[in-house]
Design a protein. Sequence first.
Length: 353
Amino acid sequence: MNSPVEDRLREALADAGATIDTSTLRPLRSPERRRFRVDLRMVSVATAVVLAGTATFTAFGTGGGDQDRAVAVSPQVVQDREAELVVFLCTAPSKQVQCGDGDVTPGRIKEIETTLRGLPQVKSVVYTSRTSAYESLRKDFARNKAVLKEVKITDLPASFTVRLRKGADLREVTDKLRLVAGIRDFVDPASAPPWPRTAELLKWPIKVFLCSKGTALPACGAVRVNGENGDIKVTKEGKGATPAEKKALEELIRKMPEVAEYEFVSQKAAYEQFQEQYKANETLLGATRVKDMPRAFRLRLKQESSWQDVLAEVREQPGVAQVVYLPCPAEMSALQFDFGVALPESAVCPASS
């Protein structure tokens, strides 16, 4: 079961022409903390290529025809660390059998806490009420009026943060959790994509990725058809951006009134950034080459400028594979991993304000 963020990043991976076998990669660990705050996240040039491989989403069917519950877990089932799971409780309305009529009652919350504390693999349990979660969301998304307008307090689930003992069998724990009435789903925060610091995000909130040779994106001239098994097959590869297209795009960006500053990131520069950011992950470094990196422009906007207008104009230019407003995937991921809320990109970052 793929999240909207994972789907989006897989497209970026395809655009880069990367040949990484994501099934062999372990999640890149984030710093040990209870929650991953929005102001610590962004997507770098390298991240747009590799993040599709940083989380493995495994669906656990609950039977009875109800919706599957998904938990983002590490392929390493027996943990060599004190892992965490964030357990989200049921909210109304819900079609899931284990959620019954929807919202869990105070009595049921207490029973779930007792169950969690009784698991031998569990070291500690911390409860976060719906009210506390909503207060945190209002603070974390203070700059995103679209999210504040979209998400109501009744949309947020209460949750438990469960810290597991070192050596705990994560699969065994999740198998038990899926049988507990009142638990909607659960995630492993360590599988959340790692985001560099906010200062870089605020300076360069927009990235314009150029088409790469052999890309599978239709924006670059690729032709894709649905296969018999539901997979997508590329019948015609796309073309890379020409020098003339790159020059025309740079001229357009230079003249845009919303743009305060811009710079071009070559494949070599992107690869150097990538090597520094992921120097501890030898598997990933060994599987990635300079040619896997997409060329890109990154843009800083003038204060109060509309990023929607910039995206709308730039994405239509020849040679442009994809234009990304970087806070979008970061905030979509934060909503899912921090608050148990899945929203489409159109709700988190609407095309028009």
